[in-house]
Ligand binder design. Structure first.
Ligand SMILES: [Zn+2]
Length: 344
């Protein structure tokens, strides 16, 4: 008996949730704070429950999310809650006001600054066989050649060993790339179907300039190929996966092709980028909250790539993409790059 009535109750509640979702997607989205009153409490809970029926993480952050304040410690009596429940959205979640949003952002900043993900990704790469030994083992060079290249490098105090091997042994740049791909156990990528303008929308120009990264193409709307000239960049690959929702495949591109590709990429139009430097991560969180309060984006994400915190905001639904979260044009998307603890 109790089972049956419980079940009936569940069905009724599910129906209510479906209605609520429909209302949330199609209906008006005015939010009237009636803190403490019974109906408000109920609808907040239901909104949260409704969210549980959606496949988390499978939903595009550009879809209108089902809104209850995502801050678990929300005390909905804050002054000046936002009227719209569609914006601002940070990492797929809506908060009722700048204060609650600040809590969500601080969590994200903590996650990014802990650096667990990136250091874990980098750790297995620590003990590499030196490139010269890789080439020796492949029979591409001899012991005396390797010795001469190492001596040359040591005496001059400059140049990578790959460059010295090219000079001393007449190895081609392609052979050096092959050696590096064995050393790093990663594929050699081709520069075919490289579309610079589309790739310029993947990440800020500064990252291309500073980190020797070249997004090459998106395959099957799912995989982003990311090239480097001499070693894969795990931190960048991880950050880009979080930002784009694409699987990032890192690989090497021969030096000459890389240089040409980078030149073409840098000549393309990038998303407008603002730079800010903040003292510490608490200040970073407040700045991001202020930016989102100001821009009211329909989607936004924060990732860290090396020392930079990168905030991307999508201002309108028209920015929806065909491949993950990579924008289609430079319009209505903004990037902010933060440096934390920089010297003033
Ligand atoms: Zn709240």
């Amino acid at each position: 008996m109790s089972f049956l009535s419980g079940r009936g109750e569940t069905i009724k509640r599910t129906a209510q949730m479906v209605q609520m979702e429909a209302a949330d997607v199609w209906g008006d989205d005015t939010y009237e704070p009636t803190a403490g009153s019974e109906p408000q409490g109920n609808s907040m809970d239901l909104a949260r429950l409704a969210g549980m029926f959606l496949p988390a993480g499978r939903r595009s952050h550009l879809e209108p999310a089902r809104r209850g304040c995502a801050n678990l410690d929300c005390n909905s009596s804050w002054a000046k809650p936002w009227k719209s429940r569609r914006r601002p959205i940070f990492e797929g979640r809506w908060a009722c006001g700048v204060k609650c949003l600040g809590t969500l952002i601080r969590e994200a900043v903590r996650r990014e600054s802990s650096g667990e993900s990136t250091t874990m990704n980098l750790a297995p790469h620590r003990h590499r066989i030196p490139l010269g030994l890789v080439m020796l083992a492949q029979g591409w060079i001899t012991h005396p050649q390797l010795r001469r290249a190492l001596e040359g490098q040591r005496e001059s105090g400059q140049g990578r060993i790959g460059e010295w091997l090219q000079q001393e042994c007449g190895l081609s740049s392609e052979m050096v790339t092959r050696g590096l791909s064995i050393q790093w156990n990663c594929p050699i990528l081709s520069a075919e179907s490289f579309a610079p303008q589309a790739m310029a929308l993947v990440m800020p120009k500064e990252f291309v300039e500073e980190f020797e990264l070249l997004p090459l193409r998106i395959a099957g709307k799912q995989i982003l190929y990311l090239a480097s000239p001499d070693r894969p960049d795990a931190s960048a690959a991880f950050g880009l996966e979080q930002m784009t929702d694409l699987k990032v495949e890192s690989g090497l591109l021969e030096q000459g092709l890389f240089a040409m590709g980078r030149q073409r990429l840098l000549a393309s139009r990038f998303i407008a980028t603002t730079h800010e430097s903040v003292g510490e991560t608490e200040q970073l969180a407040s700045r991001i909250a202020a930016i989102l309060d100001d821009q009211q984006p329909i989607a936004s994400r924060l990732v860290r790539i090396h020392q930079y915190y990168w905030l991307r905001t999508w201002l309108e639904t028209g920015t929806q993409s065909r491949a993950g979260m990579v924008p289609e044009t430079t319009e209505d998307v903004l990037d902010t790059i933060f440096t934390v603890g920089a010297k003033s």
